[in-house]
Design a protein around this ligand. Sequence first.
Ligand SMILES: [Zn+2]
Ligand SMILES: [Zn+2]
Length: 252
Amino acid sequence: MSCREVKEIIQLYMDNELDARSTLEVQRHIESCPGCSHLLETYLKQDQALKQSARSEMIDSNRVRENILAAIAKETRRPKIGWLLPAWKRVAVIAILAVSATFLFFQSGWLLDIKESVYAAVAADHADHCSIEAVMGAITDSQELNRLAAAYGKMGATPDLSRFGYVNPRGRTCKVDGIEFLHLVYYNQDKQPLSLFVRPHASDLIANELTVIQKDNYEVASISRSGVDLLIVSSLDEKLAEEITRAVAAQL
Ligand SMILES: [Zn+2]
Ligand SMILES: [Zn+2]
């Protein structure tokens, strides 16, 4: 892929709108081209700045105003203290109140923004793609799988789950809840298959810390680590699901 071609589709690449093959081609080009890698970095920074300013506009300005009004009311009720406080200190008090209001907003916003729907969606996709029929058409070539693991999960290779009896991963890229993941299915001689969904970290997609949610009789475990979002769907008990999720996260 040439620099010109990369520049044409870099926005799509950033939005995860490309198919796996083009994603890989762009990735490979960027890794070997300082010019395009610099361009991507610049775009990512702009993107982040835009997102941040969009978020700060959402800050509950009413709450900030209420806090400021309350602070002013307090001061007028106790005129001596208000009078004794130098002007810059009064400004500082108001600024601190505004900052804590912002902090509260982000705290509650963080919980509301997590897409619970992604847990249900990966459980449904797991049911679709771990059947015997779905084995056909999946990618089995380990070199190709390792390349995908690098592109989606920044991993050197597909995670090794052999100590849990899960081997022979097969993969495909799946749009789950509108978001593209690398979907790896591992097989076990004695147990139901297990699915691993990997993608570069997106804010507010899943909780950062290890979380296990039951969806449609599946255990869906998730964790965000080293800039990678990871969801694991299995029919295991919660404890083992957690253990395997930690084991994969440790390989990130
Ligand atoms: Zn280039
Ligand atoms: Zn799938």
